[in-house]
Write a protein of this length. Structure first.
Length: 703
């Protein structure tokens, strides 16, 4: 095949592109190349360009079919340098553009950052207790009478009590912001509470709004509150419809205490702080605390209005969700670093309090103390703030794939309904604008090509109707690799555009015929040894460039070898094929950070669930939470099966609508909800009134 390559790259990228293309083709102009090349060779060119791409890279490739005809094959880099056919503009106009497409649409981003930053500064405050410090120094693995998360919350509660106001956060926040906080008063409150008896220390008092948010973030940064099976039965028929009601139910018995009689006697040690609680000695921590309590005070009226009980603004759920995500990522990232203890440069002034040892990362140094408590909490706060600031960019700027020829072609014979469905969607969006998200129910009969139709539908639903970025979630683990192969062969997607997540590395090796030994995985672990990296094998082609890796390094520690590449591919690849259990971690993880990767992926990807009627009732409850989360992130959802029960379709739609309501309350720009109902005979699409329950009926009646 003869191809023509045109570059519109600028800056340093221009030199890089010229070097790459000069190696494969004959230069026929300043930035134009021509060559005869095989499809495999052309794929190698594309891969080389993608791996070295920057924001200044822009290269188009045209296949010369005849004297009068050429086809655009692909564009690498900045697509705005070309039109849909790959033509170069002859004139341009300019206008001032701020990043309203991501950063400024997140109207509550300042509150997310303030909550995440302060939660980082308080999240391990309870480790200052005599019991925890003694445990670190002795190097024992003794369980805490009260976990440090619970003690951190009790310390915040004592701060509120010291201010004398349990209704308004302003007094206690102001004491930190203006430097009038008195450590001794809080220590006395904690000491007296420990003496008062078990009932006082195992409960949390009703706190004002900001303090409630912070206690929730701190309690959940390692694990969600959870009960054993026997204790859960007492709550089976009870409802907790507000955040305050839920917080009121929590006790230390929800996974934050050791009720062994030997440990009950040691509980008072958790309330003794012989080395203080950082305020008098931790100068850097104190400086950060003053800054971020001051910032939260500036936005406090907004937060208070959002949390007005019982009429919560739906945006509150998304605020807490993103703040927790930033906090957990910040904690995982900073905990994986080596501390400053060995440098001993005097940077950290509170040198008697420690946060962790190397025990969970390096068994040879298991008794060696790693990070000062002041260092750790300040570092986690800074990292959580960096993550929170980049979340809008993460949601909007991840990689998509364009120019998928197989999806542009008309489907033959009995599969022509696929094109009719895609065309109906494309025309509807063209006439009514792009400010919409869609809930799709595909009930075409078995053998009519639903899986391929879903790809065409996803492309039609994308901005501009010409790109792909979605997750195909399957029910049967053994189908994943075969489906990945089908996508590569039929849709002509390469591993550059698609990643396939299988259930175990053994399955991957069997499928590929690879008998080599597995490489050791370098796990990113928290203090409880929970790994946030993918435990399963991921089939993909590494094509990330330096800018993409640098962006990933904000969220995950650099130089993590195979795990870092795998995590990045899971998040970046335009199309991800996986069994649905891999995505369920986004909503079903109770302990550790297994929710992070699937949640980040869903933040930037549409979701297609294949054969949804194959799941059990218990599975469907969990799937509805996943669909709800997709709605919260403003993503399109496709349900696909030949036999979807009407009640199932309606239930999933209700979960989706509830999520979109949260999304519209959180963002400045609002999304209308359209429903697409299709099979091989017809396609219907209409806008829904999200406030009118009777509108749900159209989903049920169609199915």
């Amino acid at each position: 095949m003869m191809v023509l390559l045109i570059s519109r790259s600028t800056g340093k990228s221009q030199k890089t592109v010229r070097t790459i293309l000069d190696s494969f083709a004959e230069r026929i102009g300043d930035d134009a190349w021509r060559t005869v090349i095989t499809s495999d060779g052309l794929e190698a060119v594309r891969t080389a360009l993608r791996r070295n791409a920057t924001k200044n890279t822009a290269v188009s490739c045209h296949w010369i079919r005849s004297r009068a005809r050429s086809d655009l094959l692909w564009i690498v880099g900045d697509r705005s340098q070309f039109n849909d056919a790959g033509a170069v503009p002859v004139n341009t106009t300019k206008k001032k553009i701020i990043h309203s497409e991501w950063e400024n649409d997140w109207q509550y981003l300042p509150i997310i950052k303030e909550l995440a930053g302060l939660a980082g500064l308080f999240h391990d405050w309870g480790k200052a207790s005599d019991f925890f410090q003694k445990k670190l120094r002795s190097g024992t693995k003794e369980r805490d009478p009260f976990r440090h998360e619970w003690m951190s919350c009790k310390m915040i509660e004592a701060c509120v009590e010291a201010s004398g106001d349990f209704e308004d956060d302003t007094p206690w926040l102001k004491k930190f912001a203006d430097g009038t906080f008195e450590e001794e008063i809080v220590l006395n409150i904690l000491k007296n509470e420990a003496k008062a008896g078990k009932s006082d220390v195992t409960k949390l008092k009703k706190l004002p709004p900001a303090a409630e948010c912070l206690t929730w973030l701190i309690l959940s940064h390692h694990k969600l509150p959870d009960l054993n099976k026997d204790d859960r039965r007492a709550y089976e028929d009870e409802k907790r419809e507000t955040f305050y009601e839920m917080m009121k139910s929590l006790k230390s018995s929800w996974g934050y205490e050791n009720d062994d009689p030997d440990f009950v006697e040691k509980r008072q040690e958790c309330f003794r702080f012989s080395h203080g609680i950082l305020w008098n000695e931790g100068n850097i921590w104190k400086k950060h605390l003053k800054k971020w309590t001051g910032r939260l005070l500036q936005d406090y009226d907004t937060l208070k209005q959002i949390m007005k009980d019982p009429d919560y603004d739906p945006a509150f759920r998304e605020i807490l969700l993103n703040a927790r995500l930033a906090l957990v990522l910040g904690d995982h990232y900073f905990s994986s670093l080596d501390g400053d203890a060995k440098q001993d440069d005097g940077k950290w002034s509170a040198r008697d309090l420690w946060a962790n040892t190397f025990s969970f990362r390096n068994k040879k140094r298991k008794s060696e103390k790693n990070q000062f408590l002041e260092e750790h909490m300040t570092g986690v706060s800074d990292q959580a703030l960096r993550v929170a600031h980049q979340l809008p960019r993460f949601a909007e700027e991840m990689e998509k794939t364009y120019d998928v020829k197989a999806l542009k072609k008309r489907s033959p014979g009995k599969f022509s309904w696929q094109d009719k469905a895609a065309e109906t969607i494309r025309n509807f969006r063209k006439d009514r604008g792009e400010d919409q998200v869609s809930f799709v129910v595909n009930i075409a009969s078995t053998g009519c090509g639903k899986t391929f139709a879903n790809a065409k539908i996803m492309r039609a639903l994308s901005p501009g109707g010409d790109s792909l970025r979605y997750i195909l979630a399957l029910g049967l683990r053994t189908l994943t690799l075969q489906t990945g192969d089908e996508y590569r062969e039929r849709i002509k997607l390469s591993k550059d555009d698609l990643a396939v997540l299988i259930g175990s590395k053994a399955v991957l090796e069997l499928h590929e015929g690879d008998k080599e030994l597995e490489e050791k995985r370098s796990a990113m672990e928290d203090e409880d040894g929970e790994d946030i990296s993918l435990a399963e094998g991921l089939a993909y082609e590494d094509s990330l460039n330096d800018e993409q890796r640098a962006f990933m390094n904000i969220f995950f520690k650099p130089a993590r070898g195979i795990d870092a590449d795998k995590n990045s591919a899971f998040l970046y690849k335009p199309v991800l094929v996986a069994t649905i259990d891999h995505m369920m971690g986004a909503t079903e993880t109770i302990r550790g950070g297994r929710f992070i990767l699937p949640m980040l992926r869903l933040m930037s990807s549409d979701l297609a669930i294949d054969e949804i009627d194959d799941f059990t009732q218990k599975d469907l409850t969990a799937i509805s939470r996943l669909v709800h989360l997709a709605g919260m992130y403003g993503r399109n959802v496709v349900l696909s099966s030949a036999t979807i029960p009407p009640d199932l379709a309606e239930g999933m739609y209700r979960a989706y609508i509830a999520g979109v309501k949260c999304r519209n309350s959180f963002f400045i720009s609002k999304k209308r909800v359209s429903v697409v109902l299709c099979d091989e005979f017809r396609t219907e699409m209409k806008f829904m009134n999200t406030d009118d329950d009777s509108d749900y009926g159209c989903v049920k009646s169609f199915v």
